[in-house]
Design a protein around this ligand. Sequence first.
Ligand code: APR
Length: 260
Amino acid sequence: MADQEIAVGVDQLVELIINARRVVVFTGAGVSTESGIPDFRSPGGIWSRFDPDDFTLQKFMSSKESRRKQWRLMREGHVTEAKPNAAHLAVAEMHRLGKLDCVITQNIDGLHQKAGVPDDNVFELHGSNKWIKCMACGERYPYAQVKARLLEGEEIPECKACGGILKPEVVFFGESLPEDALEQASRHARHCDLFIVIGSSLVVYPAAQMPVYAVASGARLAIINLTPTLMDGQAEVVINGKAGEVMAEVITKLKAKLGG
Ligand code: APR
């Protein structure tokens, strides 16, 4: 998309935010790629290097080999040193300006919270990489602790308390989403008047149902994504640009208009 088109889209989105009462931001892996965390479906993304069929709960629980692969992916995917980028910081600024109802995210990296959006305003539909849980005794370990074991060469960490299988508290394929997060996210999606998608291919359900709920409830839809999505036809504004750059522009113009 040409710079001029992006600039027009930014101005249109700023107007929508100013006139909105309840703004929900919905993010996918594309909001974190500028923080150094690979997304899944872009060229070179995680699913071009790992087979998603290997990453089901059933396989993880049934085979050591699958757990070895998963832990290798998680070592690569969980860039715990990652820092919020301009897009995360702009969304946090929207919160400070009183222009953010909540963030619904598919990401497990915790970068929206690190950028300053309060925990209560972030619904993590696919869980978070913060905690690792023993599937046998329920003991929980901070991810950093288990990551240190991985970096020391442990390939398939097991529970120190009972020797059980350790699993990150993220949603694997075939696993149900955290009920409370899903219920609250659906409610916020249905009660907003502006729903902004940032960095998602919108192909994984039930997360991708959120913009559908919003539009069905009469909300306006805006999409910021490098590539087209299946929801573009229902969006008032589509900006095919980099999340960090676009959102930095949006927040600069929003603050100028709000006198913030
Ligand atoms: N700026 C804007 N858009 C970007 C950027 C960027 N810097 N980088 C990537 N994108 C876009 C890509 O073009 C792509 O359409 O972000 C989108 C990311 O899509 P996916 O990789 O499919 O990630 P996501 O939509 O979050 O996937 C949903 O799938 O595998 C599961 O559980 C996993 O939560 C994930 C879910």
